[in-house]
Design a protein around this ligand. Sequence first.
Ligand code: ZN
Length: 269
Amino acid sequence: MKTVWIDPGHGGKDPGAVGIGVLEKDVVLNISLGVKKRLEAEYEGVKVQLSRSTDVFLELRERTDAANKAGADLLVSIHCNAGGGAGGFESFRYTGASAASRSLQNVLHTEIMALLKPFNVRDRGQKAANLHMVRESKMPAVLTENLFIDVASDASKLKRKDVIDALIAGHVLGIAKYLGLKKKEEKPVSNLNRDIHVVSSWAASAWEEMTKNGYVDGSRPGAPVTREENAVMMNRLRKNLLQLIAGNREQLAEMEKRLQAIEAAEITK
Ligand SMILES: [Zn+2]
């Protein structure tokens, strides 16, 4: 079981950068909760712990202490940038980063930028800085700066669900790739876990219609169908279709007769 530590920056009395109609602490919490949810739902053998999952204040020291104590396999600290200019995405490793941190930064940065491509986000590059979160974490650690909250074009992107989803998916893919996580197999809907005598709500009206029209007898709606049963149902459908076509022929012939009679009446007038 791998432990991923996600650190949503700021919180509580510390709003982080204050943008145009958005607060950094809210955006990064939203992204962080999304990363935890998707990573755990879609990949096997991984557990995500968060420095905070609500709007509370934590010192930087408390964050790295908790991650180190948990023995996390990697740490990603999630922030938004500020300071004006042209905006964009960038990531940070420690100036004295390990090869593992550099590798984490590279895969994370690449996956995130790939998913941001449709939204025209500027790539500000993979950088190194002497930041507490990446310096004091004992595991491979990267800090991501997810767009500029005080640049109008970036701030408007941070208000869009598809952009936030892309940021979440980029973090998830990068982390999964770095740790070599295996994707969970999508389980086919099983007949073993249901009551075959109770019709599923999504199929209820179709089942009622089929029963009313005599294709099925109305029993055991959740049971699998054999090839023989399928042949019987198909044959019932075929007979009905043939009758329908024959019925239309009679109607058409009748209409034709009536038209001819009308024409004949007009001629003799
Ligand atoms: Zn920040």
